[in-house]
Write a new protein. Sequence first.
Length: 377
Amino acid sequence: MSVGVAILGSTGSIGCSALQVLARQRERFRVVALTAHSNADLLQRQATDWAPGYVGIVNGGRREAGGGMRTGPECLVEAATHPDVQIVVNAIVGAAGLEATLAALRAGKRVALANKETLVMAGELVTRTAREGGGEIVPVDSEHSAVLQCITGRRAGELARLILTASGGPFRTWTPERVAGATVDEALRHPTWKMGKKITVDSASLVNKALEVIEAHFLFGLPYEGVDVVVHPQSVVHAFVEFVDGSVLAQVGFPTMELPILYALTHPDRVPDAGARRFDPVAAGTLTFEPVAAGLYPAYGLGRAAALVGGTAATTFNAANEVAVELFLEGKIRFGRIAETIARVLEGHHATAAASLETVLAADADARRLAREAACS
Ligand code: NDP
Ligand code: MG
């Protein structure tokens, strides 16, 4: 009996990679539901190829109405809770993925989570919902997949420290002054990964790694002092895991999201994948590691500080960043303004516990409004 999969955000970079993985695993999985935000043409092609029972588009316009596609934002929760779905791949970008993740977890599904913003804005709520609803969160993010692969089979008390790797992005060798004035094209030139625009900008600012530190804290239950980051430009080692006896395991591989996606579907098992590129240490070449240069990535420090404050501070950090990145991509602010905007929004924020959906959504909305004002003033 094959396992039913919903892909939320099937038209994006992770969504398309997930479909490539599933195309090689048709005997194990079947695609039950696909959703997109507004790319109706690609979604329609995917629907033709996969014939899922459910296809939904958030912003479908009039053209799709009645054409077999469900339209409107409620399609995300409908797909995530579809009775024939056992695994929900959440590949939506940004805060828009939160409610579908919560609904899937409440319905007892496995959520293969690429949408890290969900855990950053509402980590307590999401992990509690998983516990109460019987759902399970399995990371798709490569660093977190690496950690999970290293700790599977170990007891929680044996884990001492995580070291997540960061490529350092396209500005690793630049001066802070040059980075502040970087263009959209420059920020989108990621050295090792091909990804959606928002996460590519987050990788240039290292906000992505701050989000991942928070994601790791909620996934693996370690305090923030136990989640370190090292810059590793080759993106071959995805994470190191240190155990209480001092032993360190790492997971390595050429940068591809297909392996972490497959593992999120099959964890704790492994299944053969004929399409996976095999690792070759000689071809991988010299591997180097450097500390994070704080002056080059001010937003990373802001994210770590917000993480330590906890509660709605992390929600605020995420929302302010989402707004600032959008404005940067629209050409309305310069790159340096992203960190400045986040700093200004966090400065005025009084954090509270982020225990309920209402609190999280209110903090998110406030931060978005303040970020728009701060970015453009
Ligand atoms: P993309 O921008 O390529 O894709 C985003 C997907 O989400 C698209 O299918 C898009 O639909 C959909 N979407 C966007 N906004 C909404 C919304 N408001 N409501 C519903 N659906 C929406 O992003 P990526 O695939 O690169 O990233 C997706 C997530 O995975 C992010 O959280 C990212 O941080 C994470 N991630 C990505 C990695 C990567 O390698 N790309 C690696 C690790 C994590 P449409 O196409 O119609 O606009
Ligand atoms: Mg990652």
